[in-house]
Write a protein that binds this ligand. Sequence first.
Ligand code: GAL
Length: 467
Amino acid sequence: MRRISFLTAGMAAIALTLSGCGGSGDEKTTDSSAATEASETTEAPETTPADTDTETTEPEETEPAGTGALVEGASGELDIFTWWTAGSEALGLEQLILVLEAKYPDIEFVNGGNAAGQGGSGKEVLATRMNAGDPPDTFQAHAGKEMQDYIDADQLTDVGYLYDQFGLRDAFPEDLVAMLTQDGKIYSIPSNVHRANVLWASVPALEAAGLSTTDAYYASIDDFIAALEQVKTNAPDITPLSIGTTWCQVHLLETVLIAELGADGYNGLFDGTTDWAGADVTAALEKFATLMSYTNEDRDSVEWEPPIQMIEEGTAAFNIMGDWAPASFDAYGSVAGADYLYAPSPGTQGIFDFLADAYGVTNGAPHPKAAEAWIDVISSKEGQIGFNKVKGSIPARVDIDLEAEGFSAYQLSAAEDFASNAIVGSIQHGCAVTIKQGNAINEAVSKFNTGATDLAGFQAELVTAMS
Ligand code: GAL
C-alpha cells in the first residue's frame, strides 16, 4: 500500500473542496484535475484478511479520572440527542461515554436520543423538542447545509470560545471548520469523517454467483447491473442488492448520481450548474430504478443494519452503505477479505462522498457546562481515537497518527482516499442539502419506490425539492 502521512491526510483532502456542502467558505475548489489526479493515484481498497481490526470494540485506554478536564465545575446531567442508540453505533457512543466518565466523573450521561434512527422519526423528534422550547444540551447533526438550518433557526450558540479554550483552532481541517462557521461564529465541533460511497459484498454470495471474490469494484453502474443480473441467474436464493428504508434508498441514489454525473457534475446539482431536470439526471434515475429492482422486498421496513446482516449471513451479495458498516461486520465476526469485500461504490473510484457528524451547544441548553464537557470529550484526541476506531470513520482531527493508533486497514485506505480523491458532499447525510430539501428528496424517493409516481413524476419532484 502506498504510504502517506496520515497526520496531514485530512488537511490535504479537505482543501480540495467542501463547496458542495455549503458553509461559509466561498472558494469553489473542485476541479476535474483533482478527479483526474485522484483516479491516477487511487488504488482499489485492499481486501486481504488482514483488513479487519477485530479489536475495535475493546475500550480505549483513557486518562485517569479527573485529569485533563478542561471545563471546570461540570457536573449533573448531560442531555444529549443522538440516533446512535443501537447496535454498532451504540458501541461507538460507548467509547465516548468512557472518556466522559474518566474526565468528568460528576456528569450523568442522559441519552435523550431516538431509537427510530435518522431516517425514522429521529430528526423530527429533535425538531419537536427544539420548537417546544425543550432543547437537549447538545445534539448530533451533520456538518454542512444541515447545520445551516439550525443556525438559521437560532438553535445553536457560538462555540468559538471552546475552540480557543480546548486548543482546537488548528486541530481540524480549515475547510471543515469553514463549513461550521457563519459570520465569524463557529457553531459546532466535528467528531469524525465518514465516507458514504462504499460497496460491501459477501464473499460466499459472490462465490455462489460466480463473481470475483477478490475485487468488488465495478467501473460503472452498467457493469454493476450486469453483476446483479448474474447473481439473480446463478444464485436465485440470494438477494442481489440488499437495502433498507427510504433514507438508505436516498443514500443509494446519491451514489448513482455521483457515478453517472462525475464529481463536478454532481457538485453542480447544488450550485445550479447541473440541471436536476436534465437528460443525464433522467438517465441516472433510470439506472437507480433498475438497481432497486434487484433489492429485498422488506426494504421499506428495515433500518441499515439488517440489510448489512444479509451480507454477513451471505443471503445478499451487495450493499451500498456508509462506512459505519464495518463495526457491524466486526460485531458479527466477519473478516474483510475472507468473509466480505469493500470497494468504492460502482463508478465512483477517485471520488470520496463525504459527511461528518458534529455537535454544538444548544441555545437555552439546560446544562451548558455539561454540554461544554461533551464538546471537550468529542474533540479530544482520546475521544476521537476511541470513538472512530469503533465507528468505522476517521478522526476529523488532523493531528492523529492513524497507523500508530492501530486504526484498521479499511480506515487507513479511507484516510488515503480522503487525502487524494475529489470530495463531494452527501445528500442524505446533510452535507449538500438543507433539512427541508433532504426531507423533500426522501419523500420523492419513497413515492417513486412504492409506485406512487413514475420516473418523470419522480424527477419533477426532485426538481421541486431543490428549487
Ligand atoms: C449518518 C451518521 C452516521 C451514522 C449513520 C447511520 O447520518 O452521520 O454517523 O450514524 O447515519 O445511522
